[in-house]
Write a protein that binds this ligand. Structure first.
Ligand code: ATP
Ligand code: MG
Ligand code: FE
Length: 336
């Protein structure tokens, strides 16, 4: 089955052509980062407008690069949540029109499920069940993916998402937006043991996360240094913050695997491209005979290929969307 997939949940307008959920014929991403950088974050109204300008071009390019025409498309997959409602609607309405005019099924995809499915593209033999750590700009979950489209949420953040914490701390230490990749890079020159920022553990045995405490600790440290006029070593702050976040992510996901006797972890979402997280999890997994899988960085951050993969597995289950399907900005993983 050849699926044309569309993604517009945040600040990337993306389209891809994916065969049988695993083979990517094209993966076109138009990023709005330059515009939003000026404001230090994504401005929803601007995002919607930019999606409208880009979507036709991006879809045409995806078809062209794949070497297919609209007549070859067996289904249209599209993100319908979670995300910014105005941004989601652009891709969703476009996909509806396309599916209707081609008389092919429309598949509504959960964006987070898409992030997880990026692993099916990268690892051709990967099949559920496995544990997945989802670490993106807006979400942080440990999930047990029991079958295609079947998830049990084991732990989640009680406040900020991991990527959000990276972005906020980066802004506070003057690295700009988007912060994750910049913290990753500068941390390589820093001492990760220079400062001790609090780890976000709960005493109730839960595997939930909290990143607002670490973030506040960094902000307080910056304020204190500014007040006393001492010089801030940006690389040390970044590396120490990154360590605090990565340690907790590693600890909780490994704990999940050992208590549930699962030996496979797939990582998903933008923060999955963090080099320290990759290193830490790979090492921890090796010690305990747990296989740790990552998608290539281009498949970690927002793209439509991952949506095309998720759409394929939903299509197999005949989860076809009605043409009056609406965007769901707060859609939960495992819900429709
Ligand atoms: P969501 O998927 O939850 O709706 P999103 O789509 O905005 O949110 P993603 O595209 O999955 O999020 O990921 C973007 C996030 O990943 C940003 O917060 C960014 O800072 C972070 N990120 C990207 N690369 C890295 C990296 N190398 N290290 C740490 N964080 C990173
Ligand atoms: Mg983005
Ligand atoms: Fe995302």
């Amino acid at each position: 089955k050849i699926i044309l997939a569309i993604e517009s949940s945040c600040d990337e307008t993306a389209a891809a052509v994916v065969v049988n959920g695993r083979e990517v014929l094209s993966n076109v991403i138009s990023s709005q980062i330059d515009i939003h950088t000026k404001f230090g974050g994504v401005v929803p109204e601007v995002a919607s407008r930019k999606h409208i300008e880009a979507i036709n071009i991006v879809v045409s390019q995806a078809l062209e690069e794949a070497g297919v025409t609209l007549d070859d498309i067996d289904a249209v997959g599209v993100t319908y949540g979670p995300g910014l409602v105005g941004a989601l609607l652009v891709g969703l309405q476009y996909a509806k029109g396309l599916a209707y005019s081609l008389n092919v099924p429309l598949i509504g995809v959960n964006h987070i499920e898409g992030h997880i499915c990026a692993n099916f593209i990268q690892h051709k033999d990967l099949k559920p069940p496995f544990v997945c750590l989802v670490v993106s700009g807006g979400h942080t979950f440990i999930v047990h993916m029991k079958d295609y489209g079947e998830f049990e949420i084991i732990g989640e953040t009680r406040d900020d998402a991991a990527g959000e914490a990276f972005d906020k701390v980066a802004r506070a230490i003057g690295l700009g937006y988007p912060g994750g990749p910049k913290i990753d890079k500068i941390s390589k020159q820093g001492n990760e043991n220079a400062m001790k920022f609090p780890k976000a553990n709960f005493h109730d045995n839960s595997l939930d996360f909290s990143f607002s405490g670490v973030k506040s600790a960094v902000l307080n440290y910056i304020n204190k240094m500014n007040m006393t006029g001492e010089e801030i070593n940006t690389a040390d702050v970044a590396a120490s913050f990154q360590k605090a976040v990565v340690d907790v992510l590693t600890e909780n996901v490994i704990k999940t695997c050992t208590t549930r006797d699962v030996h496979k972890i797939a990582i998903a979402g933008g923060v999955a491209s963090n080099s320290k997280l990759r290193e830490s999890l790979t090492e921890a997994g090796k010690k305990r005979g747990i296989e740790v899988l990552f998608p290539a960085p281009i498949l970690c951050t927002d793209n439509a290929a991952m949506i095309g993969s998720a759409a394929y597995f939903e299509l197999l289950k005949e989860n076809v969307a009605p043409l009056d399907i609406n965007a769901k900005p707060n859609l939960r993983l495992g819900e429709r």
